[in-house]
Design a protein around this ligand. Sequence first.
Ligand code: ZN
Length: 417
Amino acid sequence: MTSFISVVSPTGPGSSMCGYCGPPGGRSQSRSSHNTAGFVASQLSCEIYQKIIDRGWRRSGTYCYKPDLKRSCCPSYTIKLDILEFKPSKSQRKLINRWNRFVLRGNRIDDVTMDNADTSSKKGFSKAPPFSLVHSIHASESLFSDEKFARTFETTLERSVFTPEKYSLFERYQNEIHHDNDTTSSGFKRFLVESPLEYEPIPYTKRRPRHLPSHYGSYHQLYRVDGELIAMAVVDILPNCVSSVYFIYDKKWEKHSLGKLSALREACLANEMHDAGALGMNALYLAFYIHSCQKMRYKADYSPSYLVDPEEFTWHPMEACIPLLDKYRYACFTHPEHSLEGSRDPGPESGQPVPDDVLCEISIIDSMQDDGVVTVVPINSSTSWKRRDFREEVYSHINGLGVDLSKDIILSYSMII
Ligand SMILES: [Zn+2]
């Protein structure tokens, strides 16, 4: 068990309009996404959060939620790329080479050509060296080269904190990409800065190169060209993966496919961490894969990738999942016979009762004194337990996390800890 305590405040199941298949009123009747459970976390250990996302959860700021795949029009499956086996495709290699050429030679931003030339140096008749992801990713960064390039490209990985510069990028991103003119700095903080993850030292077994993080936790990776902030990735660095949370960029750099480049850079980061002896690190999580959304299918181009089964939470190779995803709205990989077509009855909701012997081992904060002493009691001894809505909320919480994980997370309904 981890030394960092995890404390969360369940919010129960919920639904919202689907952001992938457009506004309601279209052909389909149920254009909504459902969550089987959710909570606001005041603190989470990275080890616990790793287990949470391995059960199909995701976070937005400090709010964590588990989509209900059976009830959603666009089911979202957790996808991971095996970074130890990852071989970038030809087009992914081209993308990196094209970016490097741009930095080295300094073409105008919009002067982008997809030529087939390989930039790796070819001397005489000797063959070009095999493609190395780590080498190519760093080839144009000023930190990794003494050469003077036409442009100065730098990336920095820093803890997730607010700065006016980041907010200004977010404001432009929302205006120009999402046509949203109502951004606020508090909204930005809630969505992309706040995180419940505790920074915990990473047990590297070798000397850590300075550009790699020393702690697990939530980070911002900043992309700067000639000093100007052009993009920012929000990533969680966890014991077994780098998890992509979000990516924002300046629209005038759109042609460089920075979002795709950032996934390659994050795969590279995970790889370098593994090589430095963070041995549990073996994957890049690309958030959710949504088969019904064409724009999301590029995630399947990073190979070999795996989807988590929505019922058993085991990992399945993408190639094995695709035929089921093509055939069913809701696909279950371990039990294909559980898969559902169209709007077929998804069965009972998540608030199924949980046995007493399990409830006895789930703690809730009962009281907090001024001197910081916190008293916890078993959930079914708490004063709220007699309320039916409360019990149902707790049941969805336990069903969403599974019994073992629920026992490691303390519930709280007063967020001041
Ligand atoms: Zn949808």
